[in-house]
Design a protein around this ligand. Structure first.
Ligand code: FAD
Length: 582
């Protein structure tokens, strides 16, 4: 946890659920070490509900390492990779700084913010991948010499302050959901002690103080060359870009049970240390606070992701996979999603099995990787629910129904989990069938409808229609259902929610499924791997250049590349049809 001691959040929580459904570790570690849990956006529709946890940073890291060292058939070697050995565009192995050579047929390189990392605080800078850690040297140069292009990005982190120096009585308490909903489908409940977070705000005085330091900010003086995350801006960026706002939220997040370190969420900065300190002390509740460590920004090399296939194997070097921040993303969850896909495909390659790709219609992991490849990125990419076109299908609550069977096929999910999923699917189906075929009389349902401000019915009506009403939920219907096992099904948290969403949004879900089918034929319309786009003179210049650079697998993928127009797609389709003699 280089930055925030938290997992999940809007759209990121969806990624964690998907990682878990595919057999990844993140959700289990977050559940084991969580100190606060919240389901975000519950006032909005189910597509955007997202789980988030605060975690004990030390414990999270120990739990992650414990799981790594207890993994069967895994050797752990600690050393720095200095060079990647490649022959005839095929990976052969790596050479470390201690001059050890390790040969391998596949590797996943996930160097994070470390490649030629440079950290900035005010006018001071020092080399490093993150606080207290050296940068990784040599890897960028090794990859560039093989023909890869690289770029420079930056990210930042806020100062940490001492919990004992905060006047908590002046802040707003933010309590955990209780009982918390676990991230992992493997866990039924969370028994950890839950602790609160605290909310305060910046004010005009804070903004004036910080502005004083702008002329020494590496962001504004041009010392930082890398592009930062637009959606997770530094406090100086926020003050500069939203000059009309006179306050910004600051969440004070304790980093664990047994530590006085507090993460000042919302105050990411690389301003000079003394300006950070003065700014922090102008915030209500923080007037006497002690700064344990100043915030800083880090600049690092990344490799624009159009150089990857959907398996995250590079197009230039067979066997070399890249995952995480090195691909231009930002965030633990985005990194974990890619790590899992790259890891799975590296293993499948060695086992000579077919690759595994999550489609855009199957998961946010698929949306992210497809976006990275087709749109590449010149600013840190983070996940948003708005990036997915089939949002109502890709919910955080149904990741198991979408992906767990694939995890099982890959050998990452236990038989017992699939049996549980099968049982749940059967119960959901049985309950929906019952609701769709059972009517209820006005006498039995009208008192409930009236108590919920819903208009009464005049004659018998189907329960499936009743449940579609805005103010009616499964819990309400459960009260009037006479069959005991259906009542129990509706009240079962994992089943009731699926039934309610499947019924209430039936029309939307059907339309999205139809759309997927309509677009599927374009995804299956394959473009030959080494197709020469210069053969088609009527393609736009930009279209030709992008198609040549990204080399899409299918017409579907080609249509999502930014810069490729609809007319490029029709010209290309007609040409390919003629070529195939269709
Ligand atoms: C200062 C800072 C601020 C951040 N702020 C945010 C934020 O606001 N929001 C957000 O979502 N994310 C933020 N992040 C990003 C988040 O930490 C990353 O997105 C995430 O950790 C990336 O995961 P990763 O696995 O790609 O790389 P990392 O977690 O960085 O891990 C890379 C690992 O590779 C190792 N390594 C690197 N090079 C070599 C080598 N040559 N040989 C051997 N080992 C090597 C490193 O030691 C490290 O353990 C921030 C990160 C930093 C450092």
């Amino acid at each position: 946890m280089s930055c925030n001691p938290a997992i999940g959040g809007t759209a990121k929580g969806h990624l964690v659920r998907e990682i878990d459904a595919l057999g990844g570790e993140m959700g289990k570690i977050a559940d084991a070490t969580g100190i606060q849990f919240k389901m975000l956006n519950t006032s909005k529709g189910p597509a955007v509900w997202s789980p988030r946890s605060q975690n004990d940073r030390e414990w999270y890291s120990k739990e992650a390492q414990r799981r790594v060292v207890h993994q069967n058939n895994l050797d752990v070697i600690e050393d720095s990779v200095a060079e990647i050995i490649v022959k005839l565009n095929t990976l052969k192995g790596i050479r470390t700084f201690l001059r050890h050579e390790i040969s391998c047929g596949a590797m996943v390189l996930c160097a994070g913010t470390f490649l030629n990392g440079l950290m900035h605080t005010g006018e001071k800078n020092r080399v490093g991948g993150r606080f207290g850690e050296a940068p990784a040297l040599g890897v960028t140069e090794s990859l560039r010499s093989l023909g890869f292009s690289s770029g420079r990005l930056k990210t930042g982190t806020p100062p940490r302050i001492d919990l004992n120096s905060i006047d908590l009585s002046k802040t707003e308490i933010q309590n955990s959901d209780n009982p918390p909903i676990p991230f992992s489908y493997h866990n039924e409940k969370i028994l950890n002690r839950l602790i609160p977070m605290y909310l305060t705000y910046t004010n005009p005085a804070t903004h004036n103080i910080l502005e004083k330091g702008f002329d020494r900010s590496p962001l504004f003086t041009g010392r930082i060359k890398g592009v930062g995350p637009r959606y997770c801006p530094s406090i100086e960026d926020k003050i500069f870009r939203f000059a009309d706002r006179d306050r910004h939220q600051i969440f004070l997040e304790p980093e664990g049970y047994d530590t006085n370190v507090v993460y000042v969420n919302g105050f990411s900065t690389s301003l000079p240390e003394e300006i950070q300190f003065e700014g922090i002390r102008s915030i209500v509740g923080l007037e006497n606070s002690k700064m344990i460590r100043p915030g800083y920004a880090v600049e690092y090399d990344y490799f624009p992701p159009h150089q990857l296939r959907h398996t995250l194997e590079t197009k230039i070097v067979a066997g070399l996979f890249l995952a995480g921040q090195i691909n231009g993303t930002s965030g633990y969850e985005e990194a974990a999603g890619q790590g899992l896909i790259a890891g799975i495909n590296a293993a499948l390659k060695i086992q000579k099995r077919n690759p595994f790709v999550v489609q855009r219609s199957e998961g946010y992991i698929g949306v992210m990787i497809d976006d990275l490849i087709n749109k590449s990125t010149d600013e840190p990419y983070r996940m948003f629910t708005s990036r997915a076109e089939y949002r109502l299908l890709l919910r955080q609550d149904n990741a198991d129904r979408r992906l767990m069977r694939a995890g099982f096929e890959l050998g990452l999910i236990a038989q017992e989990m699939i049996e549980r999923l099968d049982e749940k699917e059967n119960i959901v189906e049985e309950t929906i069938r019952y609701l769709q075929s059972t009517t209820i009389s006005p006498a039995k349902i009208n008192p409930l409808l009236e108590s919920k401000n819903e208009s009464p019915i005049l004659e018998n009506d189907l329960l499936s229609k009743i449940i579609r009403r805005t103010n009616i939920g499964v819990w309400d219907v459960a009260q009037v259902v006479e069959i005991e096992n259906i009542k129990t099904n509706l009240l079962r948290a994992d089943v009731g929610q699926q039934v309610e969403i499947d019924m209430k949004y039936e029309g939307y879900i059907r339309r999205q499924n139809e759309q997927i089918l309509r677009f599927a034929k374009f995804e299956e319309y394959i473009i030959p791997e080494h197709f020469d786009y210069t053969l088609i003179s009527s393609l736009s210049t930009e279209g030709k250049e992008k198609l040549h650079k990204i080399r899409p697998r299918s017409i579907g993928q080609a249509s999502r590349i930014s810069g490729v127009t609809n007319s490029d797609i029709s010209v290309l389709s007609i040409f390919l049809k003629q070529l195939e003699g269709r």
